[in-house]
Write a protein that binds this ligand. Structure first.
Ligand SMILES: NC(=O)c1ccc[n+]([C@@H]2O[C@H](COP(=O)([O-])OP(=O)(O)OC[C@H]3O[C@@H](n4cnc5c(N)ncnc54)[C@H](O)[C@@H]3O)[C@@H](O)[C@H]2O)c1
Length: 330
């Protein structure tokens, strides 16, 4: 049984901790969070230990692996500390906000032969997995275009916007990873456009709330990503992959499949699942399972720190393009 600690008892840490506690192959040893009461509340709900200091939890002899769900600017330090102590790591996205630091972390992980998985949870969504399987099986021939729509239901709190590194590194980072994964080739050029249509005050952080990105690979495959921080109808998550002999389309999920017909509406369905915690509940659970599989078997991690670095590089290119109005070579 793998003994796991979860660092960070916030929105995502609570999800990971509950999934560790529910997985029969793992034992949740402790949760750590410096915020008074945060770890304690989660620990008493999940019957594990609580700690204020993540570093000492990493160093515990009875911890084999850690899940990092702390703010982004703490990821690299915590993950390298864990690797140095021989612990396997599942680390939340983005790996860091600074490409130089991400590169140095990837090099250090390689040097120490660290076992690190980046938590790009959307790859583990059952529909995304089916799309990847269908591409691999040749069902749509050669991939030509990937179209990703990803819109949040509401803008994050202002404090979050202040520290998140901007929409490309915080939100589009998932889509950069998904784009790379589905294209099957590395993008070589990025063009992006950014607007402030929801919250003009984001100008204070030089950030955007509404973006479009176009990426092109060396062979000419294309990926289009569109994001908005606010969609009044809910969390909009759609994927389309177009190939030489077909197309794969993944629509939004709703709580049920029921449709309604009435005097003033037809084909009406329930609102979309509210946000990431609901929409990707299965993906987070499966992601953790794949992490535990890799740790147990010694097989390669399904998503690596290098994947985290590549997504960050694409985010940086998109930001440069949105600011300059020019296409940027990756
Ligand atoms: N994969 C996803 O779908 C997804 C979703 C949300 C957030 N995230 C990522 O997860 C990370 C956390 O985001 P969140 O929304 O849960 O934030 P949050 O603010 O809700 O939670 C972060 C928690 O970490 C704690 N913390 C701060 N420093 C710490 C340290 N050194 N050791 C231990 N705990 C520490 C904070 O007190 C807080 O409780 C971010 O990097 C974010 O990008 C990923």
């Amino acid at each position: 049984m793998l003994r796991v600690a979860v660092l960070g008892a916030g929105r995502i840490g609570r999800i990971h901790a509950a999934n560790v506690a529910a997985d029969r192959r793992a034992k949740l040893v402790a949760v750590a969070d410096p915020l008074k009461g945060a770890a304690q509340e989660l620990a008493s709900r999940l019957s594990c230990e609580a700690a204020l200091d993540a570093v000492s939890v990493i160093e515990r002899k009875d911890v084999d692996a850690v899940v990092i769900g702390t703010p982004t600017d703490t990821h690299v330090d915590l993950l390298l500390h864990a690797v140095k102590h021989g612990k396997a790591v599942l680390c939340e996205k983005p790996i860091d906000l600074n490409l130089g630091r991400a590169d140095a972390a990837v090099a250090e992980i390689e040097r120490l032969r660290g076992r690190v998985m980046l938590a790009f949870n959307r790859r583990f969504d059952p529909s995304a997995q089916e799309i990847r399987r269908a591409i691999d099986a040749g069902e749509i021939g050669v991939v030509r275009q990937v179209i990703i729509t990803s819109r949040d239901p509401e803008v994050p709190p202002r404090e979050y916007s202040r520290h998140c590194g901007g929409i490309f590194r915080d939100m589009t980072i998932h889509d950069f990873d998904m784009g790379r994964w589905l294209l099957g080739e590395e993008p070589v050029e990025v063009m992006a456009s950014g607007s402030r249509l929801v919250d003009p005050s984001l100008a204070e952080f030089d950030d955007f709330d509404t973006i479009m990105v176009l990426m092109r690979t060396a062979s000419g495959r294309q990926c289009h990503i569109n994001n908005c921080r606010e969609a009044v109808y809910g969390y909009d998550q759609r994927l389309e992959v177009f190939g030489s002999v077909g197309m794969l389309l993944n629509d939004n999920l709703r709580p049920t499949t029921v449709k309604r017909w009435r005097k003033d509406e037809t084909d009406a369905r329930q609102p979309l699942l509210n946000f990431f915690l609901e929409r990707y509940a299965d993906a987070y659970r499966i992601e953790l399972g794949r992490f535990l599989d890799a740790v147990e078997s010694g097989q390669p991690m399904p998503v690596t720190a290098f994947d985290g670095r590549q997504a960050l590089r694409l985010a940086d290119c998109a930001l440069e393009s949105a600011r300059s109005g020019r296409a940027v070579k990756v």
